[in-house]
Design a protein around this ligand. Structure first.
Ligand code: PEP
Ligand code: MG
Length: 541
């Protein structure tokens, strides 16, 4: 009998193949006295240089521009003069090369974390850099993705951003991590690449290399030792063009939309439209605010691919987990509770004004049905102010995201000021449960089936029904097929998710009448805990 491991389904679909584990980072040997400091400094410098060069090579070979940019930033950390000076000083103070490197990078890491914002987000890059440089000093193999010579299921504690950026669906069939959460970077990048993924999976690290596993990223299960080695398969069915619309068994329409960050993600994609265009992803490696012309071009590219389909453009969502180099708010002790999302307007009004002008200009030159929405709206006044700015810019259809509990409980009042709502369950969970959305340890609190989250979603949907205005969900919870049934039953009018998740959600909706969805929603709302709530939709689990 295969052994069954449970975790959190973070990217839908199933895949079967041999599992291979990401190599552990090297351990430091016990310290020894330094006899030749000059030679030891050279040893450390050679390792830093080799690692910098290796990362630059990987950047040059990266499959897309974003991955390349992430790696170039990491390489520049390795080339930092201050890092070298620190290493030399640590060696002269008596530490061997690998220990000196680890100590100096640990100090940099603490400083980055303390600085918060964009700098804190680099801490993970530093961890990866430390592992690579220490490995080089010790003459050990670099921690890198396994190369078993055949497609495989990647098993890891978690993935460094650089490793996650390089996941190649031709080689990696699925991902299983022992840490991470539904909204960690590993999960988001895996979803963007359509890789079935299970995170926070207990027992994952005990899976032996070469063992055949089946990863069910929809249900959050990993079956270990399923068969003799079958040809690896990946099942992420593409939707036939004529069946794009999401609807229940009795024809109640729930729009199934895609979350995207750039035009490339739309290539060959058969979807009803885009429910969340994360514009900050276009500019995350820009050192200066993007110009009006640059933005018009980027938005026009997306609109052109969509033809006359709808697209909801989210204005820049900078700050906290989405740092932008040109919007550093370095004076914040707690960036998640600071100047982020729409709040950036308080300090940099011109950035939103330029962005709205660019979206309006691109919309004028296209057939796409363009709406805009703001992230991290908290009050009715903020929603009204945003709506006025959009309409002044020539963008008539305006919505806001509901990501803050204060906004959810006042959804009805907020909806008087705008045309639609879109619930961002990733942040709404984070703020409702006071649980960092990247935390694997708190993944149970971030479970979208938590009763408190369901109650807030019900409030939003009811506000929309009362006013006859659309209320969508664009957080990753919309990608859970059973949860989608409940959302439809609550009265949510559209579900936007990573494109790879749409076929399974479409199938789940098609398997239920709208009355069954409503009954499931009521049962889930009445539940006291996530497990009972989930049991309200038995047929798609
Ligand atoms: C959300 O918070 O649910 C959301 C969709 O936005 P993001 O994940 O980009 O913060
Ligand atoms: Mg958000």
């Amino acid at each position: 009998m295969p052994e069954l491991l449970r975790g959190l389904g973070a990217s839908a679909g199933t895949a079967t193949g041999p599992a291979y584990r990401l190599a552990d980072p090297p351990r430091l040997p016990p310290p020894r006295p330094v006899t030749d400091p000059a030679a030891e400094i050279q040893r450390a410098y050679a390792a830093v240089e080799a690692v910098g060069a290796e990362i630059r090579q990987r950047a040059a070979a990266a499959a897309d521009e974003t991955s390349g940019d992430i790696l170039r930033v990491q390489a520049s950390l390795a080339e930092d003069r201050v890092l070298r000076d620190g290493i030399a000083a640590a060696v002269r103070a008596g530490q061997e090369a690998p220990h000196a490197v680890a100590a100096v990078l640990a100090a940099h890491r603490s400083a980055l974390l303390a600085a918060g914002g964009v700098l804190a987000a680099r801490a993970a890059d530093l961890d990866d850099l430390r592992d690579r440089v220490v490995a080089h000093c010790l003459g050990l193999p670099m921690p890198t993705l396994p190369q078993p010579g055949r497609p495989f299921v990647l098993v890891a504690v978690d993935l460094a951003p650089a490793d996650a950026a390089l996941l190649d669906p031709e080689r990696v069939l699925a991902v299983v991590t022992s840490a991470g959460s539904f909204v960690s970077h590993t999960a988001i990048l895996a979803r963007a690449r359509g890789l079935p993924t299970v995170v926070a999976c207990g027992g994952a690290l005990e899976i032996g290399d070469g063992t055949v596993v089946t990863v069910d990223g929809t249900a959050g299960r990993v079956s270990v030792g399923v068969t003799a080695d079958p040809p690896p398969t990946s099942a992420s069915p593409a939707a036939p063009a004529e069946e794009l619309r999401g609807s229940t068994a009795d024809g109640h329409h729930v729009a199934l939309l895609a979350n995207i960050g750039c035009a490339e993600e739309l290539a060959g994609l058969a979807v009803e439209g885009v429910g969340l265009f994360r514009t900050e992803l276009l500019f995350q490696h820009h050192l200066d605010p993007p110009s009006l012309a640059e933005q018009v071009e980027a938005y026009a590219e997306v609109f052109a691919v969509l033809g006359d389909r709808p697209v909801i453009v989210r204005t820049l969502d900078a700050g906290s987990d989405k740092p932008l180099p040109f919007l550093r708010e370095t004076d914040e002790p707690n960036p998640a509770l600071g100047i982020r999302g729409l709040r950036v307007v308080r300090r940099h009004a011109e950035i939103l004004r330029t962005q709205l002008a660019a979206i309006a200009a691109a919309a004028r030159g296209s057939r796409a049905r363009v709406s805009v929405m703001a992230p991290m709206v908290t009050t009715v006044a903020e929603a009204a102010e945003f709506a006025a700015l959009c309409r002044d810019a020539g963008l008539p259809t305006v919505g806001v995201m509901i990501e803050v509990p204060a906004a959810a409980v006042r959804a009805a009042e907020i909806l008087q000021a705008v045309d639609f709502l879109s619930v961002g369950t990733n942040d709404l969970s984070q703020y409702t449960f006071a649980a960092d959305r990247r935390s694997g340890e708190l993944a149970d609190l971030l479970d979208p089936w938590q009763p408190a989250l369901l109650s807030l979603l019900a409030l939003c949907a009811a506000a929309g029904a009362a006013l006859g205005r659309p209320v969508g969900v664009c957080g990753e919870a919309a990608a859970d097929p059973a949860f989608a049934v409940v959302l439809a039953g609550l009265g949510v009018t559209s579900l936007s998710m990573s494109p790879g998740a749409i076929p399974a959600v479409r199938a789940a909706l098609a398997a239920h009448t709208v009355d069954e969805c409503r009954a499931a929603a009521q049962q889930a709302l009445a539940a006291d805990d996530p497990r009972t709530a989930r049991a309200a939709v038995p047929r798609v689990r």
